[in-house]
Design a protein around this ligand. Structure first.
Ligand SMILES: Cc1cc2nc3c(=O)[nH]c(=O)nc-3n(C[C@H](O)[C@H](O)[C@H](O)COP(=O)(O)OP(=O)(O)OC[C@H]3O[C@@H](n4cnc5c(N)ncnc54)[C@H](O)[C@@H]3O)c2cc1C
Length: 561
């Protein structure tokens, strides 16, 4: 992945995609596809064909691709999600499906399959989930039986059933996870293989432009060269290796869909007059339905961008927790933004014609596939809990101190408030440790949410600092100027600090972890007073962000009733 595209090439691709979408996937077309529950297979193939070649961005140059890096992939996925999440899912499935090969395949397998995807635009399906094995993939039942000749393994016979497989009914190639004698392993199966079958397309809540179907193998025989990596038992590890990367893609889907919804609510609110003025001038509307969602989406973006850059140099498999934080925040924020956008459009929002209703149904899947939000909470919490223990409670205090140093150098980018969130989090974790509260799964998972909020507050403050210094990466999103990013960061950091302090206290008190006699001292450690003081200026910042979003920079927001 190293290197990636230059800024101009990335922008040219994003522009080409936009123009393609205007021709082939206009809002009217995607609404019709949704209503007819139709998968535009021809459009998917065209996107991976010689004219547009969007798929090449995901493939290394040595295999005839363009060698996009994780930042390129995030920017592309965000753009795809803004067009249609169903089509985006159809494309994602190819890269989920081929990732076990890309990251765990032998050199020959990588050369064979990645080159074929680049040259032929093959559509893949990723067959991991089973009827009884969803979040817990270890429970999978599919089997791969060795076929031996003269003591050499020459083939495998695959049996089993996969559930909810994207592109399951339309793929050219399938990667199929099955238990070989040496443990779970990926196998590559081509369309048309004898015994390979798929079910009818699922009738889904959203992403109706994406094919989802059950897939099964009944005595499907594949050559031994179809065992990914050539060694049995590597399947779960190979799946793990790519989580940092694949979850970042789904995070970008949440981000793109969330902004697509808000970007429909914003012009609506400028036009729609109620109570004597456009809704865009009503603080009770903007500061509930638009501004906080913009702040949460930009916090998620900061974390996605930071993780994308780190992925370029990090050893494979090391940023799974960061991928989980990015996915968790961005998909929850995208879902909430789409829900708020329906409300923002009132009755119009509830009809199909205004599209936000479709976006809301579509974005919902991002909180389920590639690991549910609860599994993300568990992943985040388990890892950071270990860090807390290993560092004897210093892990989050140290992150807070880094932000305090930043705040001293550049006040006003939200770093001081993000530091309050991180200090409070460290104290909550320490109390949870001494009172042995993480034996309660509820506590463990809720802590995962608090960790995601506090860490992304730090991430957004650092992004706002880089924007102020003019050192954002060349391919970073530039929708907001430095002053607005700083305001967004202050808004989000206040929310994060208050959330960690209040919900963290609720958790440890709720688990009977703080005796009455110690409560005042605990509250002082959490820093309640400082967290409350930090809320000062919130309305001014929200006014500023609303002014920017509604194009009134420099004018005061009218506080009409
Ligand atoms: C449209 C669509 C497309 C998909 N595409 C693919 C694909 O291409 N390839 C593929 O392999 N899979 C795919 N999936 C499957 C998807 O990844 C799974 O649905 C998902 O991982 C959850 O598994 P499950 O549905 O079995 O739910 P379960 O794992 O049964 O979870 C049900 C609920 O319980 C919660 N839960 C689960 N375990 C725990 C726990 N230990 N503690 C607390 N709560 C828990 C979950 O968060 C969830 O809320 C797709 C699914 C859909 C709906």
């Amino acid at each position: 992945m190293a290197g990636g595209l230059d800024k101009e090439t990335l922008e040219a691709i994003l522009d080409a995609l936009k123009q393609f979408a205007e021709r082939r996937l206009s809002p009217e077309t995607v609404l019709e596809l949704d209503a007819r529950d139709e998968v535009p297979v021809d459009v998917l193939r065209e996107m991976c064909g010689p004219d547009l070649g969007i798929h090449l961005l995901f493939i290394p140059e040595e295999f005839h691709g363009m060698g996009g890096d994780a930042t390129d992939v995030y920017r592309l996925c965000e753009q795809l999600a803004r067009i249609d999440l169903g089509v985006a899912t159809g494309l994602l499935a190819t890269f989920l499906g081929s990732d076990p090969i890309a990251f765990g395949g032998t050199p020959e397998q990588r050369a064979q399959w990645l080159t074929r995807i680049a040259d032929e635009g093959l559509l893949f399906a990723y067959g991991a989930t089973e009827p009884q094995a969803g979040s817990d993939l270890g429970a999978l039942k599919s089997t791969a039986t060795r076929v031996e000749e003269d003591g050499t393994i020459v083939a495998y016979v695959l049996n089993g059933r996969k559930q909810w497989i994207s592109n399951g009914g339309i793929a050219d190639v399938y990667t199929f996870l099955a238990n070989a004698p040496g443990g779970p392993s990926w196998f590559v199966i081509e369309k048309g293989a004898q015994g390979l079958g798929s079910g009818k397309a699922e009738d889904k809540h959203g992403i109706r432009a994406s094919n989802t179907a059950a897939v099964w193998c009944e005595d499907v025989r594949v050559g031994a060269d179809r065992l990914v990596g050539g060694v049995e038992g590597q399947g779960l590890l190979q799946a793990q290796l790519v989580f940092g990367y694949t979850r970042l893609m789904v995070a970008a889907f949440g981000l793109g869909a969330g902004w697509a919804a808000l970007d429909r609510a914003i012009p609506f609110a400028l036009d729609r007059v109620q109570g004597g003025a456009p809704l865009s001038e009503k603080q009770g509307y903007t500061h509930k339905l638009i501004v906080p969602h913009a702040a949460r989406l930009e916090a998620a973006r900061a974390f996605i961008e930071e993780t994308a850059v780190r992925l370029e140099t990090a050893p494979e498999g090391t940023l799974n927790t960061e991928g989980a934080i990015a996915k968790y925040l961005a998909t929850e924020a995208g879902n909430a933004a789409a829900e708020a956008s329906i409300q923002a459009l009132g009755g119009y929002g509830y009809t199909r014609e205004y599209v936000v209703e479709k976006i809301k149904r579509d974005v919902r899947i991002t909180m389920i596939y590639e690991g549910t939000s609860e599994i993300m909470e568990m992943t985040i919490s388990r890892d950071r809990w270990q860090q807390h223990i290993k560092t004897r409670g210093a892990y989050y205090h140290e992150q807070a101190r880094t932000l305090e140093t930043l705040a001293a150098r550049r006040p006003g980018v939200g770093a001081e408030t993000a530091a309050l969130a991180l200090h409070a989090l460290a104290e909550v974790l320490e109390r949870a440790r001494t009172a042995r509260l993480t034996r309660n799964q509820h506590v463990l998972l809720r802590l995962g949410e608090l960790m995601a909020y506090a860490e992304s507050a730090g991430s957004l403050a650092q992004r706002a600092d880089r924007a102020a210094a003019g050192t954002l990466g060349p391919k970073a999103d530039t929708r907001f100027d430095a002053a607005t990013l700083a305001a967004l960061s202050r808004i989000f950091a206040r929310e994060a600090a208050l959330k960690v302090a209040t919900e963290g206290t609720r958790l440890v008190c709720g688990g009977d972890g703080v005796p009455d006699a110690e409560l005042a001292a605990f509250e002082a450690k959490i820093g309640f007073a400082a967290v409350h003081r930090a809320q000062r200026g919130l309305l001014t910042d929200m006014d500023h962000v609303a002014d920017v979003l509604f194009g009134r920079v420099g004018t005061a927001l009218r506080q009409s009733a």
